[in-house]
Ligand binder design. Structure first.
Ligand code: NI
Length: 184
């Protein structure tokens, strides 16, 4: 089921998401809906708060970003916990389905070590680098109530302020379904 994506300004995007239990009702369906919603909006990642659910769950398919080291990268992350960020910091222009039409450079560490459970509730501890690591860090931020614009300089934030207010009021054209805080 394609779900509306929650727009900037909705308090759910600022909440710390809660862990999921194995017996969470409808988990499989929820994950299916997240994939469907993400592909429909041409995203490479989607976190549960973005569909209005404050749960520690996100999905990533960084395959379309064509990182030579990861020709395919499709994963479900449940109760993820970044253990370590390391390597070099590098800058890349990010966007977010909850913040349409705004893109800006964000500096992140190149490598991460992360513990998470997959859709079958199997525990993993893995290291990622490059683009997949970046997408994971971006989605992981959502779980913590952090958005990519929070990483920008004070000056950039000030320059974006009005655009962000406009988004929260629903004053943007998007070709996917969204839910705006003021029109709930
Ligand atoms: Ni995002």
């Amino acid at each position: 089921m394609i779900l509306p994506i929650v727009a900037y300004g909705d308090p759910v995007l600022r909440k710390k998401a809660v862990p999921l239990t194995k017996d969470y009702d409808g988990l499989e369906m929820l994950i299916d809906s997240m994939w469907e919603t993400m592909y429909e909006s041409n995203g490479v990642g989607l976190a549960a708060p973005q569909i209005g659910k404050s749960l520690n769950l996100f999905v990533v398919d960084a395959g379309p970003m064509q990182d030579a080291d990861y020709p395919e990268f499709k994963k479900v992350f449940i109760n993820a916990e970044i253990i370590e960020e390391f390597g070099e910091k590098w800058e890349y222009e990010e966007g977010c389905l909850s913040i349409p039409h705004i893109r800006d450079n964000v500096k992140r560490y190149s490598d991460i070590a992360i513990r998470y459970w997959d859709e079958h509730f199997v525990e993993h501890e893995e290291e990622f680098h490059g683009m997949p690591a970046r997408v994971i860090q971006h989605e992981y931020d959502h779980i913590k109530g952090v958005l990519f614009v929070d990483h920008l300089s004070e000056l950039r934030k000030r320059l974006l302020k009005n655009k962000l207010i406009t988004i929260s009021k629903g004053g943007v054209e998007v070709d996917y379904k969204m839910r705006f805080p003021s029109t709930r």
